[in-house]
Design a protein around this ligand. Sequence first.
Ligand code: 15L
Length: 267
Amino acid sequence: MLERLLITGANGSLGSICRQRLGHLAKTVRVSARRDLGEAGPNEELVFCDLDDKAAVEAMVEGCDGIIHMGGKAVEGSWETVKAANIEGMFNLYEGARKSSVRPRILFASSHHVTGFHRQTARLNAETSPVRPDGLYAVSKVFGEALARMYFDKFGIETASVRIGSCFPEPSSHRMMSSWLSADDMVALAERIFNVPRLGCPVLYGVSDNASTWWDNSTAGYLGWSPKDSSEQFRSKLDAEQTPPKHDEADAIYQGGLFCTDVIHED
Ligand code: 15L
């Protein structure tokens, strides 16, 4: 059991699930966001923090032997926003980890958009397939994965970079039939990441056991994570509600779907 687990972005959709369902991993859970954390639970500490505030992030990380890093910009944004939250924020978090009196194990919420420009006809392995980021947000996640790797190779800080697919109650597009990740499968993956004796620094896709799949997680098999849910349960409902994208539309061509056609945002 961990002494103190930090969950960043704890007021976001995935961070909230972690807060609700992973408290048993640690004696104390430090939940963090910029605002809106509600009341502290019995074993919780609340920390309000901007990820680009280096001193505050380092203080937040101190004493945590586990970190679930869900914080930061989770969709495309302007360079200024992405840089502050996902570039500077990641650096600050890992500097905090390096300087901390305890060495944390980290789950980094990366994104499948790091390979978003690969075609939906490709089958990828996160350790061996080249990145093809589909926007600035995706580029920041490539940076995050590289940073995690460097802090492992140089300082022994273990991280699982999880390229999360589409973690929603149900797929809201035909593309998400392949990228869908259930909350139950995400929670089970986090449990494995913090319970496995030796984590190392794997990169894997966070995706359920969907019938249609683009991703091969065999190189992370030692984690012992077997997703149980499948998006097939939603197919008839989705087909009744939506027409699938046409074969020449981005949502039918690229794994990153419409993220691939997004413009460069300016503040
Ligand atoms: C992501 O990376 C986003 O955080 C999420 O909101 C979804 O858009 C997801 O990708 C997706 O591609 O479905």
